[in-house]
Write a protein that binds this ligand. Sequence first.
Ligand code: NAP
Ligand code: GCO
Length: 267
Amino acid sequence: MNDFLKNFSLEGKVAWITGASYGIGFAIATAYARCGAKIVFNDINQELVDKGLASYREAGIDATGYVCDVTDEAAVQALVKRIEAEVGVVDILVNNAGIIRRIPMCDMPADEFKKVIDVDLIAPFIVSKAVIPSMIKKGHGKIINICSMMSELGRETVSAYAAAKGGLKMLTRNICSEYGEYNIQCNGIGPGYIATPQTAPLRERQPDGSRHPFDQFIVAKTPAARWGDTEDLMGPAVFLASDASNFVNGHILYVDGGILAYIGKQP
Ligand code: NAP
Ligand code: GCO
């Protein structure tokens, strides 16, 4: 590999991707493994961790998986100590774990709203806070927050999710502001509409076999005229985790096929 390309290598780095048994997190972890990183992931229960371990093994990746609810600060603090003892100090953190509840705002109980905020905004705060001290000691660190189109746009039924992802954009900028001097880069990735279990309800075939109206809407709203795949996120995620992005900080990299730039195709 020539010297310049070495800037994209993750050789020997410890990368922790939260909620990465499948979906976007799994794809990002796979990309990092292919670039030489040691992969750590967690999920909310042993069944999912085991499922993830099997998937990583099938992909030829020797990942380490832990059960941990990222909203539980004590559990996260304890897990960081365990990761440091068993794998190594976390060089790259991807705050990927997330949930969504699609409920009209005026029908949404406050505790449902809080659940989404807990996982999608407070957990990235908890996990980042847990890994930053060791990153400072080590002299470098990369934190990548998985934001969303809803970091910039609203839509019906996703008030909690949009509030969380909008907040996550500003948390990203604040971590950059507060810890940039320690050679910690904190950036976000804002995926467009990606085909994963989380968006499956928006792509379901209708009883008459036609495409879901939202599926048709998104394809018309995306210049690339398609849903994204998790593979579309792999390159951008490697860039933000590597030395190639050491002077990129507080930035949200939208990987959306052009949605945010486009008014949408005339029906
Ligand atoms: P997904 O398929 O729902 O996967 C989310 C993962 O996070 C699951 O493994 C989930 O486990 C885990 N998780 C949820 N709550 C957790 C908790 N408290 N502690 C630990 N793990 C937890 O979602 P995805 O589509 O891959 O999305 C991953 C991230 O990308 C999310 O932050 C999402 O908001 C964001 N995103 C997705 C899209 C998209 O179009 N798919 C676009 C933009 C942003 P369980 O299965 O047990 O819930
Ligand atoms: C929705 C979708 C979106 C995507 C993603 C878009 O209901 O509108 O779930 O929120 O998950 O966040 O970037």
